[in-house]
Design a protein around this ligand. Structure first.
Ligand code: ACM
Ligand code: ZN
Length: 758
């Protein structure tokens, strides 16, 4: 296989040897997102000073994009002529295209300019990366002959960006939109307002600019840190209407629709700081200085509705999008419960409770926007208390909201935290920049299937597509934002564009390795975890084995040490799984074969051998699918979870359920202690249990109460020489989160880690 590939490349380069073969290092597998069908031929097309372009007037934007890409990227100027043709083919679907490169011509066929634009983005990836930044200095561009037929899987292909927590320059927003366009993403969801800042100029309400756009200072470190500290620096700003128009127009020329999000009724503290009469209490509040969910939400009174309609009037002038996002997430009902006006309104309208009042609020705003010819999108909380009649649901808390909405005939957009939150950690390395939490590595993004299993064939039509979300509480700079966005945005592009049967992670990784050069040329500060090592444990015949893996191709190997010392080029080569029969510290790294060159970072894993390793474990409930770690067996594999990433392989997450764990040693053992840990990150609605029960064999359960004011809650139970064949552990879920706490009204999550028995 390896030899054959080399020969293939050799023949190709012989054919091109007189034609600057270094210019044509593209092979059929390099395009991201991968097209539907690719047929490669041996010849190539040459673009030079004599190459001409013609285009149907309806395909002008894409033709101009290509001309501009070539002319600014190289010294070549294109002429009028038939070598590159942009042609209308009415039989193709709106975003589809056919790209034909032959020795004598390039043909781009599409029924719309947008389809032709995607052909150009593909063609761009068939050209040398030097064109991306003007570094290409030769006078011909060679493009391999190919026929590509392509069209997207989903019509909604989005990326979100929160500019409220931290904001980014207009120039950077354009760079972000450029990246979306390159990856055939067609929607930019711009999160413009939140508790920590209002970022869009509204001319009728000047205090939004003077007050709501600035906070006095910002939280330093993580929200979960015990002591909150602040930086003492005023932070803020906003996009002027001229800047917004410029961005919307820029996006339009790249077939990216900008959907603005104006949050209501929650995440409104900045607006209420500017205009206290919009809240229930009319008390002054400040623009929020830390993260989380705040109780200051809009009061559904006349002033609020007049304000929001005025704001939306200006927003609609700026954004021609069919959809307007009205937020709807995380609106605590405390203020409404204690507000005379709100309670009177509930009675007057015959509403059941505050959730129905939220539904009343959203429905009223929906009517207003529908009357202006627009549709609303809201986060999945808009289902609570009844969905507004024409709303599209953006499902973020798992996928149950999407299922409920689709089953009732509403459109949905998938952005579940488990697969689409690019503010989560992407690597288990300790040197990652501080993130909000969670764990969403590239492969998990890539593996996302936007269509929930629970939907029937007919209901699937309601899934418009998916979106990656980037919340910026912990992302203050543009470089950092790029690091979080890339390469996960590339994986997402393939999730939403490519046909599922074309997806293959190993193949994607090899294309990504190549794509790094393009990202370098574009000065993107992407993360590279391709040579990170991942582990897995496997139980075979009551023994547990530790396995290592990375994205290894023929010329890469893993070298390791088991005693905690740093591996080098002489360390043993990993060839087979390691039996866990004692405690050890594994360190490993990917090396080039036959070379001293180390690729990527050193992987380190502590393995703590204890009496339950190799035992049999059962849990009476399945963990939540997206947080199923290494399954139940992972709780007794000798490996503890990360201190900061509850989404890793070792933590198991259960949503709102009590669980009963049974550990069966198969023979009677002497037990002296049982230890485990619970995650307690309340901002993510993860609450450690308050009660644990433990029993040995058929004995009575003993009950333990846990405190829960730290991020990690240790449970430890010491017994003297207890003999038992089985241990039972009951973990009681925290229950529905009470008012006043993060996530109030929702079911709490339980996250449990390694159960260490000695
Ligand atoms: C969200 O993450 N609050 C939609
Ligand atoms: Zn009120």
């Amino acid at each position: 296989m390896h030899i054959k590939k080399l020969i293939g490349l050799f023949i190709l380069s012989l054919a091109l040897v007189n034609c600057k073969e270094e210019s044509i290092q593209i092979t059929q597998t390099q395009i991201i997102p991968i097209p539907n069908s690719i047929e490669l031929s041996d010849s190539f097309f040459t673009i030079d000073e004599n190459t001409g372009v013609t285009y149907d007037d309806n395909l002008k934007v894409s033709a101009q994009f290509l001309k501009n890409f070539i002319e600014t990227g190289s010294q070549i100027t294109l002429k009028q002529g038939n070598a590159i043709q942009f042609l209308i083919d009415e039989t193709l679907e709106p975003e589809a295209y056919k790209l034909t490169v032959s020795k004598k011509e390039i043909k781009i066929e599409a029924s719309t300019d947008q389809g032709a634009f995607y052909a150009v983005q593909t063609l761009r990836q068939l050209m040398p990366v030097g064109l991306e930044n003007g570094a290409f200095s030769e006078n011909e561009i060679l493009i391999q002959a190919v026929v590509i037929n392509d069209k997207p899987q989903f019509s909604y292909r989005g990326m979100h960006l929160d500019v409220a927590r931290h904001m980014f320059s207009v120039e950077f927003i354009k760079k972000y939109i450029d990246a979306l366009a390159m990856l055939k993403l067609n929607t930019f969801h711009w999160h413009l307002t939140d508790d920590q800042g209002w970022r869009i100029e509204i001319k009728k309400y000047t205090k939004l600019q003077e007050v709501a756009a600035y906070r006095d200072e910002t939280l330093v470190g993580h929200y979960s840190d015990r002591l909150h500290q602040f930086d003492g620096k005023r932070y803020g700003g906003y996009y002027t209407q001229e800047e917004v128009k410029d961005i919307v127009q820029y996006a339009k020329e790249r077939f990216v629709t900008v959907i603005p999000e104006i949050e209501m009724p929650g995440h409104a503290q900045a607006a209420i700081a500017a205009y206290p009469e919009l809240g229930c209490s009319d008390q002054p509040v400040e623009v929020a200085k830390k993260w989380g969910v705040f109780e200051e939400i809009y009061c559904p009174n006349q002033k609020t509705f007049a304000f929001l309609e005025d704001v939306l009037d200006e927003v609609l002038e700026l954004f021609p999008s069919k959809y307007i996002h009205i937020g709807g997430d995380e609106a605590p009902k405390t203020r409404w419960k204690n507000c005379e006006h709100c309670q009177a309104l509930i009675k007057e309208e015959g509403l059941k409770d505050e959730h129905h009042l939220q539904s009343y609020f959203i429905t009223k705003m929906e009517k207003y926007l529908n009357s202006k010819g627009r549709q609303i999108i809201g986060w999945d909380e808009i289902l609570e208390g009844g969905l507004a009649p024409n709303a599209t649901v953006m499902s973020w808390r798992g996928t149950s909201g999407a299922v409920e909405a689709a089953k009732s005939g509403h459109n949905v957009i998938m952005t579940p935290t488990s697969h689409c939150y690019f503010d989560y950690y992407q690597s288990e390395n300790d040197d990652e920049p501080l993130a909000i939490g969670g764990f969403l590595p590239l492969e998990k993004v890539y593996g996302f299937n936007p269509i929930p299993e629970e939907l029937t064939e007919n209901e699937r039509q309601y899934v418009l597509g998916a979106q990656g979300n980037i919340w910026t509480e912990y992302i203050p700079t543009e470089k950092h934002l790029e690091y979080m966005a890339f390469p996960r945005m590339l994986a997402l592009s393939e999730v939403v564009w490519s046909q599922p049967e074309r997806k293959n992670y190993k193949d994607f990784v090899s294309r990504l390795e190549n794509f790094h050069q393009r990202l370098d040329a574009l000065k993107m500060n992407y993360a590279n975890h391709l040579y990170d090592i991942e582990y897995e444990t496997e139980r075979i015949n009551d023994e547990v084995y530790f396995k290592l893996d990375s994205n290894l191709s023929e010329d890469k190997i893993i070298r390791l040490e088991l005693n905690g010392s740093e591996p080098d080029y002489e360390s043993r080569v990993y060839t087979e799984p390691i039996l866990i029969d004692k405690s050890m510290e594994v360190k490993a790294a990917v090396y080039k074969f036959n070379s001293k060159e180390k690729l990527g970072r050193t992987f380190t894993q502590n393995i703590n051998y204890h009496k339950a390793v190799g035992a049999k474990i059962t849990i009476n409930k399945q963990p939540y699918k997206a947080y199923s770690g290494s399954g139940a067996q992972g709780l007794i594999n000798g490996i503890s979870g990360s201190d900061s990433r509850y989404g890793d392989k070792e933590w198991l997450g259960f949503w709102g359920e009590d669980i009963l764990i049974e550990i069966d040693f198969r023979e009677e053992l002497e037990i002296n202690s049982i230890k485990t840990r619970f995650y307690n990150s309340n901002g993510q609605w993860i609450y450690a249990p308050e009660k644990i029960l433990v029993a040995f064999d058929n004995n009575q359960y003993q009950e333990f109460n846990l405190a829960n004011d730290e991020l990690l809650i240790n449970f430890e139970f010491n017994v003297a020489n207890q003999r038992a064949k089985k241990v039972y552990i009951k973990v009681q879920n925290y229950g529905t989160i009470p008012e006043g706490k993060q996530g109030a009204g929702n079911k709490a999550w339980t996250f449990i880690d390694e159960i260490i028995i000695n």
